[in-house]
Each structure stands twice: as structure tokens, then as C-alpha cells.
Write a protein that binds this ligand. Structure first.
Ligand code: XMP
Length: 321
């Protein structure tokens, strides 16, 4: 049987062999998978690796800072940050269709990496791109054998056919729990390794409707409250993931103070899962749900209704888009 240190030794040898003296860049998303993939490649090729963190403006509150400070402090990896929030906003303007959003985001990511590649190429030959693709990403994007295409994961189905990189995907055969063990073995801090998964397309696929800066701000505020309360209740590790979804095109009537409101609902989508292939809705304590609901409606004026998603996967998926 494979142990984590076997996997590390094998992958390190393979990656060294493949890369030789060339340069590698790694797309860092802020999530567990790319963090572990980068740490593994860093172990193999050291400073030949440059990590690229694209801030697409679709992150949750505090996430960009976490990558820029904590990850670099923990690993000593070379990091280049690309602030592309306005660019992504322009590309996503007017788009509501989930698959179109995903394809645009995947495409723009790759274009930015190619730009960085050209910039670095003045000095080095950058041929390789590391991605934190996991086994379930491959399967659910239709890359496995005989499986249906459920969603185009931004890092699988969204890649162009004339990709100017050789991909290195050292986690492609692994499930999330294995990736977490690998991360710990590589010396990444627990807080990083046990972070809940967050999709590469970010909040864009949690705004049902067009993505706008105002809507992002509303969702970010509601999401920060839900996350803070889940953590305060010490349930953030037992809950697999806790998406908060803004139904941006839906409005409902409410009453606040002495006035009628006509605001938006948010959906709480806490789920339990082993590997994200199947999931069940988490039975969070009523007191916790009540607290989250009260805080969101008190603190985020555009939201006047909080609803709970009680659908398992299947038939629902974890994300709404
Ligand atoms: P679904 O919504 O298909 O999600 O049940 C399964 C898991 O995958 C995450 N997810 C993504 N992760 N890029 C990613 O890196 C993507 O495009 C993407 N789409 C969904 C989702 O958050 C869940 O953990």
C-alpha cells in the first residue's frame, strides 16, 4: 500500500526528472489543493518554482491576504501576485449562465499565466504549469472513463486546446483527505491544511445571476458572518464546506424597523462529505442557524431573508452553479 511519504518520494523524483533545469510556475488559489501541489513541487525543484496568485476579485473576505502573507511565511516560496479584479469583472459583465462563467474564468486564468510566463521568459524558460487538480475534479469534468460531464471545473474543462504549458498535476489521482495528509507530511500548518474547500471560480458561482461589484460585496459580508459563527461554534472542521449563495435576481418582501423592504435572499449550504463526490446537508444546531440568520439580516441591509438548503448530493450539487 502507498503511504504519504512514498507518494512524496515518488512524485519528487518524477517531477525532478521531468523539469530538469527548467522553470515552473504554479497557480495558487488560496485553497488546500494548490497549496499542497506547490509545496510538493517546491520540495522537488526549489527556487525553480514561482507561484502565481491571481486575485480575480472573486475571493472571500481576507483570502488574498492569507495567501500573500501566511503561505509565503509557511513555505518560503517565491510568489507573484497579479491583481486582476477589474479585468475579471469586465469579462464577466452581463454573464449569468453558470458554464459560461466557468469557461470565462478558466480562460482568463490561463491567459494571465501565459502573460506571466512571457514576462519570466526574458530570464528563463518556463515550460511547466502546476495545478492542484484532484481526482474528483477530473471525474466530474468528464475526464474520467465513462463519466458524465457534470460541471467544467475551471482547471480541467476550461483549458484551451493550444495550451502553451506542460501541465504538472501531482494530485490528480488523490482524494481530498489524502491531499490533507500529504500537506501535513510536507509541513504545511494545520490551519491551512484543514481549510474548507473553495472553488477556483470563487464567489462568481455563488452569485446566481450576473456578477457585479455590489453583489460581491453583499455576498462577502454574509459569507464572513456565516464562516465566523461556524468557527466560533467549533464546527468548521466537521462541516465539509459551507457555501453561502446570493440569489441576486430574486427579491422578496420583508419588514424591518417600521418599513417594508424588498431585498435578496441568501441560501446557507452547509454540507458533510468525504470527498465532495456525494454529500449530505449538515444538521447544524438551530441556535447557530438562528444566530447566523439574525446577524446577516441585521448587518447586511440588502439581505432580508436567509434560507437553508436541505438537499443532498445527488440530486443537488454542493455549489449552486
Ligand atoms: P459540486 O458543486 O460539483 O462541487 O458538488 C464539488 C466540489 O468541487 C468544488 N468546485 C470546484 N473547485 N474549481 C474548483 O477548484 C471549480 O471550478 C469547482 N467547481 C466546484 C466545490 O466547491 C466542491 O468542493
Amino acid at each position: 500500500t502507498w503511504t504519504m511519504s512514498n507518494i512524496i518520494d515518488d512524485q519528487v523524483a518524477l517531477i525532478r526528472d521531468l523539469v530538469g533545469e527548467k522553470e515552473v510556475i504554479c497557480a495558487l488559489s488560496g485553497g488546500v489543493d494548490s497549496a499542497v501541489a506547490a509545496a510538493l513541487v517546491h520540495k522537488a525543484v526549489g527556487d525553480q518554482l514561482t507561484c502565481v496568485f491571481v486575485d480575480h476579485g472573486l475571493l472571500r473576505a481576507g483570502e488574498a491576504e492569507q495567501v500573500e502573507k501566511d503561505y509565503v511565511a509557511a513555505t518560503g516560496i517565491k510568489l507573484r501576485v497579479v491583481d486582476a479584479a477589474e479585468h475579471f469583472q469586465r469579462e464577466l459583465a452581463g454573464v449569468s449562465d453558470p458554464e459560461t462563467k466557468r469557461k470565462i474564468i478558466g480562460r482568463e486564468f490561463i491567459q494571465i499565466f501565459e502573460t506571466v510566463q512571457r514576462e519570466l521568459k526574458a530570464e528563463h524558460d518556463v515550460e511547466f504549469l502546476v495545478q492542484g487538480t484532484l481526482y474528483p475534479d477530473v471525474v466530474e469534468s468528464g475526464g474520467g472513463t465513462g463519466t458524465a460531464n457534470i460541471k467544467s471545473h475551471h482547471n480541467v474543462g476550461g483549458l484551451p486546446e493550444d495550451l502553451r504549458f506542460t501541465l504538472i498535476e501531482p494530485l490528480r489521482t488523490l482524494f481530498k483527505d489524502e491531499v490533507r495528509r500529504l500537506g501535513l507530511e510536507l509541513g504545511l500548518p494545520e490551519a491551512m491544511v484543514y481549510r474548507q474547500p473553495f472553488p477556483g471560480p470563487g464567489l462568481a458561482i455563488r452569485i446566481i445571476g450576473e456578477v457585479t461589484p455590489d453583489r460581491l460585496e453583499i455576498l462577502r459580508a454574509a459569507d464572513a458572518i456565516a464562516r465566523a459563527e461556524l468557527t466560533a461554534a467549533e464546527l468548521d472542521r466537521s462541516v465539509w464546506q459551507f457555501p453561502v449563495v446570493l440569489l441576486a435576481d430574486v427579491r422578496s418582501v420583508g419588514v424591518q424597523g417600521d418599513g417594508r423592504t424588498y431585498g435578496h435572499p441568501v441560501v446557507l449550504r452547509p454540507v458533510s462529505s468525504e470527498d465532495a463526490m456525494t454529500a449530505d446537508w449538515s444538521r447544524l444546531p438551530y441556535e447557530l442557524l438562528a444566530k447566523i440568520s439574525t446577524r446577516i439580516t441585521n448587518e447586511v441591509p440588502e439581505i432580508n431573508r436567509v434560507v437553508l438548503d436541505v438537499t443532498s448530493k445527488p440530486p443537488g450539487t454542493i455549489e449552486w452553479e
